[in-house]
Write a protein that binds this ligand. Structure first.
Ligand code: GLU
Length: 495
């Protein structure tokens, strides 16, 4: 593979990036890294009306969070900058001028009201072609001079050849041939002096020496117009590779109604970047149709364009949850503790430094590691660690087939075992509790069950002895005392 692969992610900063968009960024990144090429971030902000104030920041944050570093871009610069289209207006003007001078473009003075009326009329007549009627393309020089002299606002339109065909090859979709008669005379430069997507995109892909265009297949229908522009400017188009679309599990276009769509929302909902990275790589690409868990390096190694599927990729949240669980279980507890810290701090209303001072995050991570699929699920699993007085119904302490006085007796004996043995040696404590169960002639599970409710207020929790070790002997003693009192009060009431 040559190392002159230059690919780009070219988002429009209109909001927080969607996972479908970031999937395009990921494929570009993987392809660049696989080929030893260059990955470029270019900001396509030519539609000033649709811009969002935090758009660019959110794009960069999403890419950084997923580890999709760029080699050239707005902040890091590079030999073909600037990388923000609104800072390149003179270039677009220069090439629009060239197209005008060579007769491949023309100035159109039709006011928006005329265009709208034309459209309505075409729709009413159910015309097969709805679009501009090319009125200004055929103005006489005198008519044109008159409009210019009157200072009529103008756009620049591409003069699409009226006959013939435009053809191009797409690495996924194959040979595509389009009748020019079906193409509109695309606006290239708007009346406000900004280029449209089409002009800016073609000029930049050429000037930035982009070798391959990997982007969503919704852009496929624009390619013939782009190819006409490349030809008119005397340039070689890049290779095209239009990516399969990203659908929800119902096979409809992925949207909000399928759940989260913004990458930063996935972060907030407790997904690991490496899991989302692996998951997105498999939406529309696959290694062998079998292997699913692949590390970043394995994906870089394996990522070739021929493995991109032609059919749509499905974004299956359940699969993502499963994969996130796999990645969580593979983390070592210290690392998982670090990743849990912001979520625990937020849920408990504690600043992170205080959380770290008060709790052993590695130990907490050890408790939840096998039990969560998302980082946000940890707090609920270990909330009993942070509670003051536990709130539970004392009948919960009483196992099925055991009465309250027997439960109280077992609890008292278990309490002495715990206080005598302490929490440092969990194996020894477990052996002592087993011995107690043997002595009392009951199953050890019952002893643990009673202790579990006394210590946690719940019947299902992470492993009990490690939880007790995190709580410490003083808190355990207090909770055992409270449980005894509650049980005794219950017995007194029912006597
Ligand atoms: N600005 C376009 C977008 O946001 C870029 C499309 C392309 O990659 O050419 O989708």
């Amino acid at each position: 593979m040559t190392n002159n692969v230059r690919v780009r992610f070219a988002p429009s900063p209109t909001g927080s990036p969607h996972v479908g968009n970031i999937r395009s960024a990921l494929f570009n990144w993987l392809f660049a890294r696989h080929s030893g090429g260059t990955f470029i971030l270019r900001v396509e902000d030519t539609d000033q009306k649709r811009e969002s104030a935090t758009g660019l920041q959110d794009i960069m944050e999403s890419l950084r969070w997923l580890g999709l570093n760029w080699d050239e871009g707005p902040d890091v610069g590079g030999p073909y900058g600037p990388y923000i289209q609104s800072q390149r207006l003179d270039l677009y003007h220069r090439y629009a001028q060239q197209l005008l001078e060579t007769g491949h473009a023309y100035r159109c003075y039709c006011p928006p009201e005329r265009l709208e009326a034309l459209r309505q009329e075409q729709l009413r007549r159910k015309d097969s072609h709805v679009g501009y009627d090319r009125r200004c393309r055929f103005l006489s020089p005198a008519e044109r001079a008159e409009l210019e002299a009157a200072g009529a606002p103008a756009v620049v339109r591409l003069a699409v050849p009226l006959t013939g065909q435009t053809r191009f090859h797409d690495l996924i979709h194959g040979e595509i041939v389009m009748d020019n008669a079906l193409l509109d005379d695309q606006v290239l430069l708007k009346a406000d002096g900004f280029p449209t997507y089409h002009l800016a995109n073609v000029v930049d892909d050429h000037l930035m020496r982009i070798s391959h265009i990997l982007r969503a297949d919704e852009w496929l229908s624009s390619v013939p117009k782009h190819v006409i522009m490349y030809q008119a400017l005397g340039w070689e188009p890049p290779l095209y590779c239009h990516l399969p679309r990203v659908l929800g599990p119902d096979r409809k276009k992925l949207s909000k109604r399928h759940g989260s769509t913004s990458v930063l929302e996935f972060r907030a909902r407790g997904y690991l970047p490496e899991a989302l990275f692996n998951f997105l790589a498999l939406v529309g690409w696959s290694y062998d149709g079998q292997i699913e868990i692949m590390s970043r390096d394995e994906l870089i190694q394996a990522f070739t364009l021929d493995k991109i599927s032609a059919g749509a990729g499905v974004f299956d949240h359940q699969k993502l949850d499963w994969m996130n669980g796999v990645y969580i279980r593979a983390l070592d507890p210290a690392d998982l503790g670090e990743r849990l810290a912001p979520f625990l701090a937020r849920d408990l209303g504690l600043p992170e430094p205080e959380l770290r001072r008060r709790y052993d995050l590695t130990a907490i991570a050890g408790l939840v590691r096998e039990r969560i699929e998302r980082l946000t699920q940890a707090t609920e699993k270990v909330a009993f660690l942070f509670a003051g007085e536990l709130d539970y119904d004392p009948t919960l302490l009483i196992p099925k087939k055991m009465d309250a006085p027997t439960t109280l007796a077992v609890l008292r004996r278990a309490r002495s075992v715990v206080l005598q043995r302490g929490l440092a040696d969990q194996e020894a404590l477990e052996a002592d509790l087993r011995a107690l169960a043997d002595e009392l002639g009951i199953k050890v599970g019952l002893v643990f069950g009673i202790l579990r409710v006394a210590i946690t207020g719940q019947t299902v929790t992470p492993p009990l002895l490690p939880s007790m070790a995190i709580l410490g002997l003083d808190t355990c003693r207090t909770r055992l005392d409270v449980a005894e009192r509650r049980l005794a009060a219950l017995i007194a009431r029912t006597d």
